[in-house]
Design a protein around this ligand. Structure first.
Ligand code: MRU
Length: 354
């Protein structure tokens, strides 16, 4: 049965090339409100400050953002090329770890270089916009396929633990790690979810718990340091997480804390799966050690939701992601099916764009 996506506000809403509405995820779950963007700089700032977050969602925001405010650009081919290149670079610089961001910008720039785009000819801005929409639709289709592929895993493993938010809010719709859960529920399978709160900025507590409850999926919120206890009791059958960049050897970068969950899962013999679209797989990066890990402001650790919970000047280390080695990953749930980590390298690099 198809999953009904209507319960969750969309992370991105675009009905015209000159406007992009970005759900302000910093305000969830208390307030549903959108940032109305008409300039590239507004999209860059929304990506940097986590108003929009989640690897596929920031890629799609970048694709739409690349086209915003282009009416100010003259219809001259050389000028347009420079403008698009500069915009692409500015977008990619906003966050370094999720490959979906540079992937989406490259997809847009590759399209802009084709005859079909006919840059500078009447309608070129609309044609670019249509390309951004295609990427959005492709992400929706990928998430649906991930949901169907992953639901098969849940049949005899109904109790799932997840970390961070790899749901509808992190993508176009449905999600990656949460997509199999939504699909299983729609198929009438019993399913329940342990939600790690995911410090420092609480994507699990604020976003995943909100999504699951809106979908009516039974869930329980735990603090990150409770995962070992819950696993030790035999209450977790399966771990499902998303990813921000997967290296050719199957090492996977995801939200800080994922590595610890993977190590615990190994200890307790619980299968650990990563769900991601093919746009997250970076065959050009040979191994996880080469993935740039974003470091964010110390106040994210010194505070919780704006309240000081530590001395205001205590030194802080705040890596936003960690890398789980391929050896801890049972498989990747993708729109191409469930692949083992060593199967990724068998795909030709250009397959990344398929
Ligand atoms: O810092 P965030 O919230 O952008 O981090 C998000 C994650 O780590 C997600 O798990 C990942 O992007 C996959 S989203 C489908």
């Amino acid at each position: 049965m198809p999953v009904d996506a209507a319960e969750i506000p969309r992370s991105l809403v675009s009905t015209h090339r000159a406007r992009l509405k970005i759900l302000d995820q910093r305000k969830l779950p208390e307030t549903v409100s959108y940032l109305d963007c008409s300039e590239l700089s507004e999209v860059i700032s929304a990506i940097k400050n986590l108003a929009v977050r989640g690897a596929p969602a920031i890629g799609l925001a970048a694709a739409y953002g690349l086209v915003l405010g282009l009416d100010d650009c003259v219809d001259e081919l050389a000028r347009i090329r420079i403008e698009l290149r500069d915009r692409g670079q500015a977008l990619i610089a906003a966050r370094p770890t999720a490959v979906n961001l540079s992937w989406a910008v490259e997809q847009m720039l590759d399209f802009a270089a084709t005859k079909e785009a006919a840059l500078g000819e009447p309608g070129w801005r609309d044609r670019l916009y249509q390309q951004a929409r295609k990427l959005f639709e492709a992400d929706r289709a990928a998430c649906r396929a991930i949901g169907i592929a992953g639901a098969a895993l849940i049949k005899d493993k109904p109790s799932i633990l997840t970390h961070c938010n790899a749901g509808s809010l992190a993508v176009s719709e449905f999600g990656t790690a949460l997509a199999p859960i939504y699909q299983a529920q729609a198929d009438g399978l019993p399913v329940q979810v342990w939600v790690d709160e995911t410090r420092p900025v609480l994507q699990g507590a604020r976003l995943t718990a909100y999504e699951l409850m809106a979908h009516g999926v039974p869930c329980r919120l735990i603090t990150d340091n409770m995962a070992a206890h819950v696993m030790s009791k035999g209450w977790v059958d399966l771990v499902l997480v998303g990813a921000d960049r997967v290296a050719r050897n199957g090492d996977a970068a995801n939200k800080i804390g994922t590595l610890g969950v993977a190590i615990l899962a190994k200890h307790y013999g619980i299968p650990f799966y990563v769900a991601c679209p093919w746009s997250t797989i970076d065959l050009e990066t040979p191994m996880g050690a080469e993935i740039t890990i974003e470091e964010r402001a110390g106040d994210e650790v010194r505070q919780i939701q704006g309240i000081w919970t530590a001395p205001r000047d205590v030194p802080v280390f705040n890596p936003a992601f960690d890398v789980t080695p391929a050896g801890l990953i049972a498989g990747f749930i993708t729109e191409r099916g469930i692949l083992s980590p060593n199967a990724l390298s068998k795909h030709a690099p250009e397959a990344r764009y398929g």
